[in-house]
Design a binder for this molecule. Structure first.
Ligand code: SF4
Length: 294
């Protein structure tokens, strides 16, 4: 079991961000209950402001978004849940997602790319997805077509005003910077760091292009906090977390992150066999990033 070894990121260790410094009178300790209460207040406030039908939880069924989903359902069990099914999710992701949809009786809305468009057709046209953020490659074409486009269409059709995500600042430098930018902007406009909506600590922002709010209710949680909440609420998790260290839910054949060559064989051997054939490698040692092109 790899999930029992959570560690705080370097950023948190260095104290680059003063996590959990919000002082809410109603809950004084630094416990996971306190963190969950703060996140719940952020969600409650959004639902109160926009109405439950104009809010949505973006859920990948990963360890983070399932926490946001659980807390949001505690506030209102009918909140819309949007899952972007890329049609190439690993079989473990499908198993776990279907179990949660059924067991938690979700108000689920599944966003998918049009018929005939899938990972393999996109790879044939544009090449395999390259590492996110590398060079000019901010968002891989594959993500734009299989995730971003269908999700946008879904939110538009639902009339969503506020999307709640499981993003945490600890996950990556990019996400940490996003939170910092949001917090700095809000605080420079006079919003206190501990405002109940989450603007002051960077948990909420408005996108003019999307004309929508994004709320990241657990943005200031660490990996340990996330797993502590899973334990506290006896929430099950996708099997990928047991199969390899830092397992990822989602697309089985994804090559858009650094350690795919190590994780894919363990998480999705079928996809790995296909990818290996495409790029012509027989062993991990044969692999170099420059070969990830069709
Ligand atoms: S996560 Fe990877 S495989 Fe999935 S849509 Fe994005 S680039 Fe494609």
């Amino acid at each position: 079991m790899y999930i029992n070894k959570p560690s705080k990121s370097d950023m948190a260790k260095k104290g680059a961000l003063n996590f959990h410094n919000t002082d809410y009178n109603s809950c004084q300790s630094n416990s996971i209950e306190r963190l969950a209460l703060i996140s719940k207040m952020r969600i409650e406030h959004a639902i109160k402001l926009y109405g439950v039908d104009r809010c949505a939880v973006a859920c990948s069924f990963g360890k983070d978004s399932i926490v946001v989903l659980r807390i949001a359902l505690d506030v209102n069990s009918n909140i819309p849940v949007v899952w972007c099914d890329t049609k190439c999710e690993s079989k473990h992701t499908y198993e776990f997602a279907n179990k949660i949809i059924r067991d938690w009786d979700l108000n689920i809305h599944i966003a998918r790319a049009p018929k005939g468009v899938n990972f393999w057709t996109i790879a044939k046209e544009y090449g395999l997805p390259e590492i996110r953020g590398k060079g000019n490659n901010r968002v891989p074409k594959c993500c734009q077509i299989l995730k971003d486009g269908p999700a946008e269409e879904m939110y538009s059709s639902l009339g969503t005003k506020c999307v709640m995500t499981g993003i945490t600042a600890e996950e990556s430098h990019q996400r940490f910077m996003l939170m910092q930018r949001n917090a700095n902007k809000a605080q420079s406009e006079g919003v206190p760091a501990d405002d109940i909506e989450g603007y002051g600590c960077g948990a909420k922002y408005f996108s003019k292009t999307k004309n929508r709010y994004t709320l990241m209710p657990i943005v200031d949680w660490t990996v340990s906090d996330v797993w502590n909440f899973h334990n506290l609420r006896s929430i099950s998790h996708c099997k990928v977390y047991d199969l390899c260290k830092d397992g990822r839910v989602g697309c089985g054949p994804c090559t858009a992150y650094n350690s795919w060559i190590v994780r894919m064989p363990q998480q999705d051997p079928e996809s790995y066999a296909k990818i290996r054939k495409i790029i012509g490698i027989t062993t991990i040692e044969d692999y170099t990033m420059s070969e990830v092109h069709l």
